[in-house]
Design a protein around this ligand. Structure first.
Ligand code: APR
Length: 254
């Protein structure tokens, strides 16, 4: 079934919707040139997560971990948000209640103008003191010092991101589940839906009666549970939905 036909019932629903939540993953930033994790040239195909994205790896070799994050900061810092990020930032003004819950640490949603953002896995532009837990924002690439140290107490700084085996911030996670189980429509864009607890958010939305819409070039473990699953890239599909939403005649609904 072509997307235009598939879209018509969804547009009807969206026209009547006031509460929308979006869960995004690395796929939404793929068209900006940022590698995903598990795709063909995904980061975890080339690098061993246990050597670079765990607390044990950081304790073992903070310089190596910071060199890797600095390399990623260099890539991310040179990239721009794409049409997918743009549509979501526009929808924040279109829908009365609209939030983006992202697994991404690249800050591209904010760069595109989104403000209602929950960052589940932290942010690569933020550094945290391993002693005082204070968080600073630093966009310098390359970093001035490897590994960087806290200017206040001299302790090591670590990336303010959630590593494998670490818990997410409890209040952020609680808000994420609240936004998922109180929305009328949830979009799930560019995630392989294999990493928990993020992958449970769309299920919470579906269980609470929301319409769940997946956007991904490939099927995921979530696909059997969603109402709509559009096969394609976020930077292509979201503008099509936005276009149809903007130009469809609201009188049709009456
Ligand atoms: N548009 C939409 N989806 C895309 C696109 C695109 N242009 N390109 C790829 N995808 C899809 C892939 O098909 C895949 O399902 O995006 C998904 C990316 O999956 P992952 O690489 O597993 O990334 P993500 O789901 O965000 O990973 C979750 O795992 O490694 C940890 O902390 C890291 O936040 C990350 C978490």
């Amino acid at each position: 079934m072509d997307i235009q036909t598939e879209l018509t019932p969804l547009i009807h629903i969206l026209r009547k919707t006031s509460r929308v939540t979006v869960l995004t993953g690395a796929g939404i930033s793929a068209e900006s040139g940022i590698p995903t994790f598990r795709g063909e040239e995904g980061l975890w195909k080339t690098y061993r997560a246990e050597e670079l994205a765990t607390l044990a790896a950081f304790i073992r070799n903070p310089k190596l971990v910071w060199e890797w994050y600095d390399w990623r900061r260099g890539i991310i810092g040179s990239k721009e948000y794409n049409a997918g990020h743009e549509v979501l930032s526009r929808w924040e003004k279109l829908f009365p209640t609209f939030h983006v819950i992202t697994q991404n640490i690249d800050g591209l949603h904010q760069k595109a103008g989104s403000r209602n953002i929950l960052e589940l896995h932290g942010n690569i532009w933020k550094l945290r003191c391993t002693k005082e837990e204070t968080v600073i924002e630093d966009h310098s690439t390359p970093l001035n010092e490897f590994p960087p140290h806290c200017l206040d107490c001299g302790a090591l700084l670590r990336p303010h991101v959630v590593w494998f085996g670490e818990s997410l911030d409890a209040s952020i996670l609680q808000s994420a589940f609240a936004l998922s189980s109180s929305c009328e429509v949830m979009f799930v864009v560019g995630t392989s839906a294999v990493v928990q607890p993020a992958a449970s958010l769309p299920i919470a939305a579906a269980n609470a009666g929301a319409t769940v819409v997946e956007v991904n070039p490939d099927p995921t473990p979530l696909t059997p549970y969603v109402d709509y699953s559009f096969r394609g890239k976020a930077g292509e599909i979201l503008p099509v939905i936005d276009g149809k939403l903007s130009f469809s005649n609201p009188d049709e609904e009456k």
